[in-house]
Design a protein around this ligand. Structure first.
Ligand code: HPA
Ligand code: MG
Length: 173
């Protein structure tokens, strides 16, 4: 059994999302964005963030899987579900739940950049910089957190707990 302790409260998440939404709306003023959610972890964040964005936006979803285990893989990803529309000439904002090694994200960003968009930026709710192995530029960060396993608000433990409205750490064994 997990023994959960709140790391970031629902109120703190929502307040930070308001700030991020305002910043993104300002940065993309006069432009349109394609907000791209990487399934499944990014879903909660994407839907709440989208409500705070005031520029015209479309929602897209991608599902990817890494080859091999996360710690040994080169970050090469297989696309299980691709975007519904081409992105050439578009501004793409990748919305992630968490960035740790940065491998998968860096690879994904390269794939998208190969499709000639006007820009590709990254917005993550959580950043674990201690885990980083690949240098990837992150444009918007909700919270920088220490290197511990977190769950809730999209993040899972064996697919459970994604529905928690807050971010928790496990204090059990
Ligand atoms: N929790 C859940 N899923 C994850 C994490 C985490 O801390 N890091 C990468 N995927
Ligand atoms: Mg997971």
């Amino acid at each position: 059994m997990l023994k959960l302790e709140t790391l970031i409260s629902e109120q703190d998440i929502q307040r930070r999302i308001e700030e991020l939404g305002a910043q993104i709306s300002k940065d993309y003023d006069g432009k349109e964005i394609i907000m791209l959610c990487v399934l499944k972890g990014g879903v909660m964040f994407m839907t709440d963030l989208a409500k705070r964005v005031t520029v015209p936006m479309k929602m897209e979803f991608m599902a990817v899987s890494s080859y091999g285990d996360e710690y040994k893989s080169s970050g090469i990803v297989k696309i299980l579900k691709d975007l519904d529309e081409p992105i050439d000439g578009k501004h793409v904002l990748i919305v992630e739940d968490i960035i740790d090694s940065g491998r998968t994200l860096s690879y994904l960003k390269n794939i998208l950049e190969g499709r000639n968009p006007s820009s590709v930026k990254i917005c993550t709710l959580l950043d674990k910089p201690d885990q980083r192995v690949v240098d990837v530029e992150v444009d918007y960060v909700g919270f920088t957190i220490p290197d511990s396993f977190v769950i809730g608000y999209g993040l899972d433990y064996h697919q459970f707990y994604r529905n928690l409205p807050y971010i928790a750490v496990n204090k059990g064994e």
